[in-house]
Design a protein around this ligand. Structure first.
Ligand SMILES: NC(=O)c1ccc[n+]([C@@H]2O[C@H](COP(=O)([O-])OP(=O)(O)OC[C@H]3O[C@@H](n4cnc5c(N)ncnc54)[C@H](OP(=O)(O)O)[C@@H]3O)[C@@H](O)[C@H]2O)c1
Ligand SMILES: [Zn+2]
Length: 364
């Protein structure tokens, strides 16, 4: 839990000096509920550190958090920001192996380490699973407390602000396509809703890491289609102009693709199944356009499809994808970094679907 320092510190700082700015909300609604707040700076517990935030990236999660995740929010005001990079500025008493000033990126999945799933290394199945930005206050603030086991070191030659664009989106895409989806180099893959955070990492994982045979993606404008081709998609389908399942059927000579990765849901759910070959795999880790679409059960059994759910990441998933980021195989696509005070511009961009990759709130 986040604790607050209420009085004088050893170094003589007053509680006034232990305040900080955060971008959060007192009540749920739409993005106009976000405000620049002055709140108490959290104090790390014995096994946590205090991170002086360099940057925090926006995720669709932050829109869901203000709009509807009232059952998750532990207390108000709440501020999100699941993707965090920064430097360690205070160490809890039991923290070993880290020093003040170390550059870090935060694994957003906070897990108990003791349940049957944690013991198997399946951290995102943890019975006490928490994630920064939904159950825990995150990095849209000057400081954040982080369990030491959630820290990963950012290489000194890697840009600390850019590192904030990585965790949630990249690790979610990695687990979905690699650990859960088991995609292979000879397979054809379709990514639905590809221009956002998760989508742009999914493209690079499919192309640069797994070198898949043919990569297809859907998007909604010609400008975004151009962007997707630039980062490696072989065939982009504008779903506002044609039915993407029909186009996939044509382009694959009525075979269908091996794998569809779909985080959009809603009215893309059945077309995603129709785009699959017999025995194909539909991987899902989100439902941006609606979690209760109509479905077509006959397609699942007649085509013998597998529907594979995936959520966020285990510690191993996180470390695996970071290696590809540090060595340049996967490059975070940062569309824009705004100062904390310009949060409304950043949130509008995401809400209006003007994204090409990641948008950050930067304090560097
Ligand atoms: N399970 C997990 O652990 C996990 C982790 C991360 C994210 N997610 C989920 O994955 C989804 C994507 O997250 P993200 O952060 O990458 O989001 P994002 O950056 O906002 O991207 C979403 C993309 O989806 C496309 N889209 C299609 N229909 C849409 C609609 N009706 N409304 C909004 N966008 C639509 C848009 O691209 P086009 O305009 O090109 O179609 C947009 O760029 C979200 O549902 C999120 O909650 C789940
Ligand atoms: Zn657990």
């Amino acid at each position: 839990m986040i604790g607050y320092h209420m009085g004088e510190t050893v170094s003589g700082e007053s509680s006034r000096e232990r305040m900080m700015h955060a971008v959060g909300f007192h009540e749920h609604g739409d993005i106009e509920k976000f405000q620049l707040l002055e709140v108490k700076r959290p104090v790390p517990t014995d096994d946590e550190v205090l991170v002086d935030v360099a940057a925090a990236a926006l995720n669709h999660q932050d829109l869901f958090a203000v709009r509807e995740l009232d059952h998750y929010v532990p207390e108000y005001p709440f501020w999100g920001g699941g993707d965090i990079s920064g430097r360690i500025t205070e160490l809890g008493e039991d923290v070993d192996g880290w020093s003040i000033g170390d550059p870090v990126v935060v694994n957003p999945a906070v897990t108990c380490g003791e349940c049957e799933f944690c013991i198997q290394g399946e951290h995102s199945m943890c019975k006490h699973y928490q994630v920064y930005g939904e159950h825990r206050k995150g990095g849209f603030a000057e400081y954040v407390t982080v369990p030491a086991e959630n820290l990963e070191r950012v290489p000194e030659n890697y840009d600390l602000v850019t590192a904030a664009a990585v965790p949630l989106a990249a690790a979610t895409a990695w687990r979905a396509l690699s650990t859960r989806g088991q995609i292979k180099p000879f397979e054809d893959v379709l990514i639905v809703g590809a221009t956002g955070g998760v989508g742009t990492y999914a493209i690079q994982i499919a192309k640069n890491v797994f070198n898949v045979n043919t990569l297809y993606a859907t998007t909604s404008t010609e400008e975004k289609a151009e962007f997707l081709r630039d980062i490696g998609v072989d065939h982009v389908i504008n779903y506002t102009e044609e039915n993407f399942d029909e186009r996939i059927w044509e382009m694959t000579n009525k075979r269908g693709v091996d794998v569809v990765y779909n985080n959009v849901g809603g009215n893309t759910w059945v077309p995603a199944m129709r785009s699959l070959r017999n025995g194909g795999r539909l991987i899902v880790s989100g439902a941006t356009a609606g979690p209760n679409p109509e479905t077509e059960i006959r397609l699942i059994f007649v085509r013998q499809l597998e529907v594979i759910g995936s959520t966020q990441n285990s510690r191993k998933d996180f470390q695996e994808v970071l290696e590809y980021v540090w060595n340049g195989t996967i490059e975070p696509i940062v569309q824009e970094a705004y100062p904390l005070e310009e949060f409304d511009r950043a949130f509008s961009k995401m809400a209006n679907r003007e994204l090409h990759g990641k948008v950050l709130l930067s304090q560097e």
